[in-house]
Design a protein around this ligand. Sequence first.
Ligand code: FPP
Length: 261
Amino acid sequence: MSINSNSSTLVIPKVSAVPRHVAIIMDGNGRWATKRFMPRVAGHSQGLDAVRKIVEECARQGVEYLTLFAFSSENWRRPPEEVGFLMKLFLKTMRGEISRLSENNIRLKMIGDLTRFDKAIQEMAEFSQEKTANGKGLTLTIAANYGGRWDVLQAMQKAISANPNLAPDDIREELLTPYLSMAFAPEPDLFIRTGGEQRISNYLLWQLAYTELYFTDTLWPDFDATELQKAFTWYSQRERRFGRTSEQLTTSHTLPLSDAV
Ligand code: FPP
């Protein structure tokens, strides 16, 4: 059979018990707090504790990339007090945690349009990424003022600026992907959304094309190592076919996609 040049994902990654790249939408902080008659922002503080636990557990289990959606480009529409609280929380967290990340060999990356944040946040983000750049363990990526459509558009703009004489036929995946925000990482193997909604909400639209999607009703502040393990167990039982048949998979896990339709 001939090579299908429109195919994404040229080789099938190995399926293992622990996914290499986990991407999470941490939803349900507000409801967690409201259920306890607390202000919504208390849910975000509690959510930060869950972030710490999940980062630790992912590092312990050998996950290579953990990507968290901390603030979407749509989240600016929230009440100004909540947005202000989240901004302070981000800044305080970066200041407070950076040494611990560095000591634990964790590399911090930020993706999204950071230009809309206060200068202090932008500077701290830059400093934190530089300080942890040599971390050889887990890569923790925080998506802030991020949107999947924005990502594809900014990549397209950069690709065209770098190659001003592009013809329509030149516009291929290989041209675009180096400019996407997550060009430094493999595509996510497992996507997790807590809080009961079953949506991708403009997160990593390009990169999630072949990702296994796991949804749980557990609210983010309640998501702990046991909940993460449930997601990993579910993941390890998935059959990732990338367009092939089950029979083809039993012959090889690293067949080039050129033979599949
Ligand atoms: C969604 O829950 C959560 C957010 C928009 C913010 C996520 C922030 C944190 C978990 C804390 C800080 C994280 C880092 C990485 C520093 P929601 O408010 O939409 O909950 P709801 O659906 O119950 O209203």
